[in-house]
Design a protein around this ligand. Sequence first.
Ligand code: 5GP
Length: 190
Amino acid sequence: MKGIIFCISGPSGVGKGTIVNELMARDPTLALSVSCTTRAPRPGEKHGVHYFFLSHEEFRKKLENGEFLEYDEHFGNFYGTLKAYVTKLADEDRPVILEIDVVGAFKAKEYYGSTRRVVNIFIKPPSLEVLEERLHRRGSESDEQLVARRRRVQFEYGQADKFDYIVLNDEVSRATEEILGIIQKEKSKQ
Ligand code: 5GP
């Protein structure tokens, strides 16, 4: 049997990373997909654990070889999900968690088609205003960048209806609990 792939997605700033960390801590049977990035490691980050840290040249080669399920550029750096990495984890019959943006989640579903079950979960903020306020508070961005980000957030926010599940991030532990319930439900369906 093959593991189900769960994409934890939603607009930037919604708290996907925090929820994913909590999910991994609560259920050790889950496997987290490690992405590739061209950005430099931050203190404490390890190659192969937090990301596969690649040079631009290495990333370009993988891109040309069609190794990415999806990729994107954020703040001048590239990020990509490896097809082989995700498929291998799913083949080990473990539920695989992908922390991924909205477009990436759609691409993952499209890529696997009927060969693997991909369940897309949208993390929703309490309101669009809360999200915009959070983005604003992050600071250190020009007005132009902020406008671009806001437009992106509004687009992402509007995609919720296309997801299999919508989970409100009103409180991290509650939202995590709800996602663990979804994972169990999907596993039992299989
Ligand atoms: P950071 O540099 O803070 O780790 O991540 C920056 C952004 O890249 C975050 O919004 C994160 O979700 C996104 N990101 C991380 N890995 C991937 C990936 O594999 N694909 C895509 N499209 N975005 C990613």
